[in-house]
Structures are given as C-alpha cells and as structure tokens.
Write a protein that binds this ligand. Sequence first.
Ligand code: HEC
Ligand code: HEC
Length: 281
Amino acid sequence: MKKLTSALLASAVFCTPLMADPVEDTLILNEEITMVTRTAAPAHVSDVLDEVISGWHFRGTETRAMQADDFDNPGMIFVEQAEEVWNTADGSEGKSCSSCHEGTDSMKGVRAVYPKWNEAAGEVRTLEMQVNDCRENRMGAEKWKYTGGDMTNMVALISSVSRGMPVDVAITGPAQSMWEQGKELYYTRTGQLELACASCHEDNYGNMIRADHLSQGQINGFPTYRLKNTKLNSVHARFKGCVRDTRAETFKPGSPEFVALELYVASRGNGLSVEGPSIRN
Ligand code: HEC
Ligand code: HEC
C-alpha cells in the first residue's frame, strides 16, 4: 500500500517537458577557458549513466550567460570579500591565511580533489573541515559555521582558482569505505515520498519537477550563487534542502553522513570542470 502511494505520488510529481534534454551550449569562461560541462561518465558510474552533465546545461539562457563572465557573475562579489579575509589576521596566533599559504593561487587544484583523505587526521575532509582545522589549530581562531557566509565565501574563493580543472576525487584506498557509505545514502529512499537522490537526479534528470528542470545534481559548480536567495550556497545546505523536499528528517551540515554523501556525489562528477562559484536558480 505504501509503495503504491509513493508510486502515485512520484508519477504526479514528475512530468516530461517538450524539451526534456539538457540544453546544447558551450561554457567559455571569460572568453578564455573552455569548460567541460558534459563528458563520458567515470567508470564507477558508467553502469547507470553514459554521460555526466553539469547543472549549467539545465538552466535558462540568461542564467547560463551570467556564469560565463566574472563581471556578470554575482558570486564573484563574495569571492572578493573572501580575498580580504584571506589577508586579514585573526585568532591568538595573529596569522592570516596568507601568512602560511601566501597568494590564493597556492590553492590552485585543491577544490578539484576534495573531499580528500587526510592521513595525519585519519579522516576524509571536506574543504570546509580543512579550513576550520586551519582556523582552529593553526590560527587559534574560532571555527566558522559550516554553512555560514564566511565559510562559503572562502570555499568559493578556493574553488574559483581551480575553475576549468577537472574534478578528480579519489575513491579508492582509505577513502573507499566512506565512499561506499555515501553511495548507499544516495540510493536510499527516504521520507513520506520515498524518494532517493537517484530517483530524481539519476532516473529523472531532464524531466520537470514543478517548475524546475531536473539536473543530475552534480556538485562541480559549488558553491552556487542562487537567484532564489541571492547568496552563495554550500553543498551541504543544498543536500539539506533536497532531503527536506522528500519530507524526510535530514542530516546536519558537516555530519559524517553528509561528508560521505559529498564524497560520493563529487566522484560522480569526476571529469567535469570545477565551476564554483556557478549560478543556479
Ligand atoms: C599557521 C599556518 C597556517 C595558516 C594560518 C592557515 N593554514 Fe591552511 N594549511 C596549513 C598547513 C600546514 C596545511 C597542510 C596541513 C595538512 O595537510 O593537514 C594547510 C592546508 C590547507 C588546505 C588544504 C590544502 C591541500 O592541498 O589539501 C586548505 C584548503 C587551507 N589550508 C586553507 C586555509 C585557509 C582558508 C586559511 C585561513 C582561514 C588557512 N588555511 C590558514 C597551514 C596554515
Ligand atoms: C524530489 C526530487 C529530488 C530529490 C529526491 C533530490 N533532489 Fe536534488 N534537486 C532537486 C531539484 C528540483 C533541484 C534543482 C534543479 C536541479 O539542479 O536539478 C535539485 C538540485 C540539486 C543540486 C544542485 C545541482 C546544481 O547543479 O547546482 C544538488 C547538488 C542536489 N540536488 C543533490 C541532491 C542529493 C545529494 C539528493 C539526495 C540526498 C537529492 N538532491 C535529492 C530535486 C531533488
């Protein structure tokens, strides 16, 4: 009975638009960097997807255009704010990020490989976890709120210097068990609607759900500037919103479950260009 209800709900929720496909277009950043926004699926998802596609292809013409030029991309205002913070001393050690890391160019390539196993700590770390570790243990500063503005802006700054580089998250070795946990979460149906991430982002991408053109739910564009709330949004804040939409209890941002899910979802986008900060609805 429960199954039937959810099947009925699901068929009422999704509908196929006349133009279901992702838009044919090419993203060239600042007339300089040609971004990889669709490419052959990495081996570990090739059983379920032929191609991995950036969320950029599922957005409207104007939204796509805004992301092509840093002057039009409102997300870059937050990147500039983070640049100031990068150079500002904070905490008991009187240090700024630049005291140890020098220019932000030192972060080139970092976004592409996170979440990443940290050997010394014996854990998989997201960028947010690493930034807070530096703040707490190297600067003697207060941790930032996981999905707060300071943190998300800093993550956007770190992402921005890797734009155009391919996402290349490692899923074997010590990160493997966490990756498997993330995969399980991705396919677990939850909530009153009994929907998994895969129900929407694997089985129904291209279709419309209410007014939204469903994408593959890739995270290569994070943090995303959303027109809906006019600020940068972090990966875990987006996960939280999507889980809530299935009317399920959600995990906390920064929780081991969401870290595992981030690792898994990031790996589904291996090969796509880092786009953050991107523009989405
Ligand atoms: C006192 C020196 C120091 C300061 C200040 C510092 N860091 Fe770090 N940071 C390090 C060291 C050392 C590592 C490598 C540590 C490790 O691998 O565990 C690191 C690693 C990182 C990494 C991961 C790089 C990679 O290749 O995986 C990021 C991202 C980072 N720091 C961001 C920041 C930010 C943002 C700030 C300012 C809010 C900051 N750090 C302040 C010393 C510092
Ligand atoms: C009921 C359908 C539904 C479910 C279930 C769902 N999402 Fe979403 N998700 C959406 C919609 C609608 C959007 C906005 C349009 C889009 O980008 O697909 C979205 C957007 C996203 C985005 C942003 C993509 C981008 O390019 O900015 C990510 C990431 C995401 N979802 C991840 C997840 C994860 C992880 C799960 C499982 C915990 C999940 N979603 C479950 C409907 C869903």
